[in-house]
Design a protein around this ligand. Structure first.
Ligand code: ZN
Length: 462
């Protein structure tokens, strides 16, 4: 009995040290529970609920106005004020003597994208005043949830000039490529003059910027197009925070954009299929001699294809960008001129994939479609890998051996004597003798009536 009591007393009366330990453990558990609840609460603030703008419903026969609540004080207020303003505006236009007619106002919304930083939302409005046709409109608004403000596109652009040029070029080339019957020539040229400041509505989606434009009438819903542009094409244009892929926290029920642009369009080159053409190709660059070659090409309205070594690309990023900007083609020539037939799958990924990425990074999204294996050496496995990356093997049909014979007169003669319609000529833009030979040959070929085109352009016609 005594023993039992003693034992019980040990159990039920812990020492002071144990009591303190227990007390602090409880405090820690308490903090954890509190943090856990806080975390749930924080999470909960990411959920959306509906607000409702109430009005005298005898005035509005068909009336349903909702807006989302994000538990973000200023943003919620901005949305509520905006919706309330539209209700007030409609209310003023309603003919109050005619209560029994079919006035209608419906405002609802679709969340396009929602993450910790940004919110893009589309408001849909249907309104009808008695005896008038129904008017439906949409309005896309993007908010900065951290700064609790509304975004303009200019707020996230880091380089306005590059942005204007890029957006204009993307839209112009894309619509021209579509040859859409809904756009006339003058509308196409109007499209190419659209700058960032003209884009009033936009959304930031998971991996794309969506812009809403109407080339016919900027303020009309009729003919308005939603155009999504992959964020990785915009790395030179947008602040880096906004080019990162960011999954939406809300399930979007948005319809697909009218157009999706996921690849930088080739420059608009007007090639005449009835005039002889050939493709000059330059391997193993970019290097410090490449810009002088670009000068010559540009001067004579000529284009070439550059098969670049990935390892060189970051060092000469500006040169690669210039190659693309001036309408030339950039192809993949591996990371460091490896023999691809000796590589594992991972090795191929490293040699080819890293080069694709380096070109994309240097140019703000240009993606090569041609691969020239170093020395032209490849096998079935290499070819299969190349094809799986959306690339195709491109060799040549004239080898000038300019790496062997460093004599500009010899190389010039070889270019000129091999020149013929449909030829693909192999050169290297790393030898001064080759640059000298090309500098002489390019104006000569143009004078002889050749169109100097990129390999992809040649492929369209020959
Ligand atoms: Zn090479």
């Amino acid at each position: 009995m005594t023993r039992q009591n003693k034992s019980a007393s040990i159990h039920h009366e812990p020492s002071l040290a144990n009591q303190l330990l227990l007390a602090s453990a409880l405090v820690i558990v308490g903090i954890c529970v509190h943090l856990f609840i806080y975390a749930i609460h924080r999470d909960d603030t990411l959920s959306v609920s509906n607000g409702y703008v109430a009005r005298n419903e005898t005035v509005f026969k068909n009336y349903n106005v909702v807006y989302p609540i994000f538990h973000n004080e200023k943003v919620d207020m901005m949305m509520r004020n905006d919706v309330t303003h539209q209700v007030d505006d409609f209310s003023k236009r309603v003919n109050r003597k005619n209560h029994d007619t079919d006035n209608e106002l419906v405002i609802n919304y679709t969340i396009i994208h929602y993450d910790a930083r940004t919110l893009s939302i589309m408001f849909h409005k249907t309104e009808r005043l008695s005896g008038r046709p129904t008017v439906r409109s949409q309005n896309v608004v993007t908010y900065d949830l951290q700064k609790q403000t509304r975004f303009q596109l200019a707020d996230i652009v880091k380089d306005q000039t590059t942005g204007d040029a890029l957006i204009g070029r993307i839209l112009h080339d894309y619509f021209q490529h579509l040859k859409s019957e809904s756009f006339t020539v003058s509308e196409l040229s109007q499209l190419s003059s659209i700058g960032l400041k003209d884009i009033r509505e936009f959304a930031l989606d998971d991996d794309a910027l969506i812009i809403y434009i109407n080339p016919h009438h900027p303020d009309s819903q009729e003919g308005r197009a939603a155009i999504s542009i992959k964020k990785d094409l915009l790395s030179l244009v947008l602040e880096s925070t906004f080019t990162a892929v960011s999954p939406s926290l809300a399930q979007s029920t948005m319809e697909q954009p009218n157009y999706a642009i996921d690849r930088m369009p080739q420059h608009d080159i007007s090639t005449d299929p009835n005039v002889k053409m050939l493709a000059l190709t330059f391997d193993d660059g970019p290097g410090n001699l490449t810009p002088s070659l670009l000068d010559v090409l540009k001067k004579y309205g000529a284009h070439a294809t550059f098969f670049v070594i990935g390892r060189q690309v970051p060092t000469y990023a500006g040169t690669v960008r210039r190659e693309v900007d001036e309408g030339n083609e950039v192809g993949n020539h591996s990371w460091d001129h490896a023999n691809l037939t000796r590589l594992s799958y991972a090795g191929l990924q490293q040699q080819i994939g890293s080069t694709q990425q380096a070109v994309k990074d240097a140019t703000g999204g240009y993606t090569p479609v041609l691969m020239r294996p170093p020395e032209g050496v490849y096998n079935g496995a290499v070819a299969a890998y190349i094809a799986s990356q959306g690339l195709r093997v491109q060799l040549w049909n004239v080898d000038t051996l300019d790496w062997l014979n460093r004599d500009s007169q010899v190389i010039y003669n070889r270019i000129m004597s091999a020149a013929a319609d449909g030829r693909v000529i192999l050169l290297h833009d790393i030898h001064p003798t080759t640059i000298a030979a090309a500098t002489r040959a390019i104006p000569e070929l143009v004078a002889k009536g050749y169109q100097l085109v990129t390999v992809s352009e040649l492929d369209k016609y020959r």
